[in-house]
Design a binder for this molecule. Structure first.
Ligand code: PGA
Length: 254
């Protein structure tokens, strides 16, 4: 992985037509500017074949991501998709523990940790979302919440769990809102997360990156990326429009 790492999380949006157009324009941009860093697009799973057919995908200029995975490998789990199926379809990066899944689908820290374990077994790269609610922020519990969400991964997967992984720090109150966390707030938490994981791992973990997510736009991205411990972004709304997404890529100079 090369930073900055930018992930476009399309959530439950898009049509075949819109996605094809978006990817065509993104391909042209990438071919022309050859931006540094890692660009990952996480489409609704049914549309990910469109990325696979692009020549820039074959040249590893953009990557395909998933928005979720099941915490089982195979069997009677109607409607689910397993880590090995993602691998089979060349989907390398997998978002897990997004707050929308934690809330809407009642995913617990335990379920998320199990997903993390299965992804590592399959040599896939987890993008683990962690972060606090508004009330937890007001109560000064940001570190405590992050520690809880990190510890269960370390306890389940071992002290080197975060080798070759991404944590997306996403304050829940910022997601989909008009207000991102301030660059200094994000830097504070990102630095805390990095130090905490290094201490717990008992060695400097390799290939570990911290993203920020929550109302990232072309207005705030330059200042956010200037912070030392922010390695990239997990972007929802601003990843849906090609002009905005390209603006952001240019601004973070990847
Ligand atoms: P947003 O979403 O960029 O629309 O705030 C971020 C996310 O949900 O990952």
């Amino acid at each position: 992985m090369i930073k900055p790492i930018i992930v476009g999380n399309w959530k439950l949006n898009g049509t075949k037509k819109k996605i094809k157009k978006f990817l065509k324009l993104l391909s042209l941009f990438v071919k022309k500017y050859n931006p540094k860093g890692t660009i990952i697009i996480s489409l609704p799973i049914i549309y990910t074949y469109i990325i696979k057919n692009l020549s820039i995908f074959k040249k590893k200029k953009i990557f395909s991501g998933a928005q979720n995975v099941d915490n089982h490998v195979l069997g009677s789990f109607t409607g689910e998709i397993s880590p090995n199926m993602l691998n089979d379809m060349m989907i390398k990066y997998v978002i897990i523990g997004h707050s929308e899944r934690r809330f809407n689908h009642k995913e617990t820290n335990h379920i998320v940790a199990n997903k993390f374990r299965l992804l590592k077994q399959e040599n896939l790269i987890p993008i683990l979302c962690i972060g606090e609610t508004k009330q937890e922020k007001v109560d000064n519990r940001i570190e405590e919440v992050c520690i809880k969400q990190i510890d269960i991964i370390l306890n389940t997967c071992g002290t080197h769990a975060f080798d070759n992984s991404i944590i997306a720090y996403e304050p829940i109150w910022a997601i989909g809102s008009q207000n991102s966390a301030t660059p200094s707030e994000v830097q504070y938490v990102a630095q805390f997360i990095r130090q905490y994981i290094n201490i717990k791992s008992n060695y400097k973990i390799k290939n570990f990156f911290i993203q920020y997510g929550g109302a990232v736009t072309n207005k705030n991205v330059s200042e956010l990326i200037s912070k030392e411990d922010i390695d990239g972004f997990l972007i929802g709304r601003s990843s849906l429009e090609i002009t905005e997404f390209i603006k952001i890529i240019k601004l973070i100079n990847i």
